[in-house]
Design a protein around this ligand. Structure first.
Ligand code: MRU
Length: 364
């Protein structure tokens, strides 16, 4: 139970003392056709892996960035402790410049920076700071798994036996490096022995639903139906969808939620048909510094993702296109946000703030 059966990312220490570490990463650009693992040896290779979406999904991007800093530190030499900590800044900046929307990336980089500074303030030498950074990245990894399981169990309580749920994009174990968020909820329902059927939006333009969610659900033996994005309203109108559940890339303090492009359309459709719309995400996806969703930076990706499917041009060469990777669903369309600390409903700002207070209280 609770084991997806694979790891999206894994820290592999060198065999002998002094051997360089490596991250073993499932290359998501090769799914569903091939399950290929690649070795990531330094922060530059990690930045490339995030930009090219070998690793993707907000929590997994955060974990990857943390491991990127740890890899950078493991290979870095410096004359003294101050020079070492200063040299971490460009490593972090390179990783921060990869993708702008998922806040987990910046959350993880902040944690790594703080860890280095605390180790220095505690009188640590360069090997001690390196060890502290590796330990911090591994702790982010461990805690991701734990919070995925907790939020999946909270979310599973909202889904009835025999329900049919729609999901958009991929918010599974490959998107978190743990158990998954929206797909974690679905997986937890299945693992508890209840029946569940999933409608999987294909998720144009990069097809995370068709390629990745379908791959994960097949592995878990969870029944699903793949649909193109424009079919969701049809199935809702026919009463075939009981709930919508999605992940998130960044949630503003008031609950407005950025997630994969097309999520907003699905939320509006769900409201029209009186279907609950749930967002499942860890607190590390909540950006308390942003009051509302209009402040969330939205990544614009290569327009060829729209004009081509694979290598095949599907329109006239040179047409004007747009490719925002995410959209923002206003909080009024969201029935509940499910985090590792439980279920938050309107007013979201108060509920999320209370969860952060509890979290901070437990840590001090
Ligand atoms: O562009 P992607 O594939 O990184 O987008 C991923 C999503 O939008 C996910 O729904 C989100 O990150 C949640 S992952 C648990």
């Amino acid at each position: 139970m609770n084991d997806p059966g694979f790891r999206a990312l894994e820290w592999i220490a060198g065999k002998n003392p002094g051997d360089p570490p490596v991250i073993r990463m499932l290359d998501q650009t090769r799914l569903p056709y091939e399950e290929v693992y690649v070795g990531i040896r330094d922060h530059r290779e990690m930045a490339e892996a995030i930009t090219s979406m070998r690793v993707r999904g907000a929590p997994a991007i955060g974990m990857a960035a943390a491991y990127g800093v740890a890899l950078g530190a493991a290979r870095m030499e410096a004359d003294d402790v101050d020079a070492f900590v200063n040299a971490l800044r460009p490593v972090s900046d390179l990783l921060a410049g990869t993708r702008p929307t998922a806040v987990n990336l910046f959350w993880a980089l902040d944690r790594m920076q703080r860890a280095a500074e605390q180790a220095r303030a505690g009188g640590g030498d360069i090997p001690a700071i390196r060890e502290r950074l590796i330990a911090e990245a591994c702790e982010i990894d461990r805690a991701t798994f734990e919070s995925d399981i907790a939020l999946s169990e909270h979310g599973a309580e909202l889904i009835e036996d025999g329900a049919s749920v729609l999901t958009h994009c991929n918010a599974g174990a490959i998107a978190t490096g743990g158990y998954g968020t929206a797909l974690g909820v679905i997986h937890a329902v299945h693992e508890s022995g209840r029946d569940i059927h999933v409608y999987v939006d294909e998720t144009r333009p990069r097809l995370q639903g068709a390629k990745l969610t379908a791959w994960e659900l097949t592995r878990y033996d969870i029944p699903f139906t793949l649909i193109s994005d424009n079919m969701a309203g049809h199935f809702m109108a026919r009463g075939e969808i009981d709930a919508v559940i999605v992940g998130a890339d960044r949630i503003a303090a008031n609950g407005d939620t950025a997630n994969k492009i097309g999520t907003y359309t699905t939320a509006v459709l769900a409201r029209e048909h009186d279907i609950p719309f749930y967002v499942a995400a860890p607190l590390s996806t909540v950006d308390q510094k942003l009051a509302s969703g209009d402040l969330i930076p939205i990544e614009e990706r290569d327009h060829e993702e729209v004009t081509l499917i694979g290598d095949v041009l599907i329109t006239l060469d040179g047409v004007t296109s747009a490719n925002p990777a995410f959209d923002v669903t206003p909080n009024r369309y969201i029935s509940a946000i499910i985090t590792e600390r439980g279920v938050v409903r309107d007013p979201f700002d108060k509920g999320l703030a209370t969860q952060f207070e509890e979290h901070d209280r437990e840590r001090t």
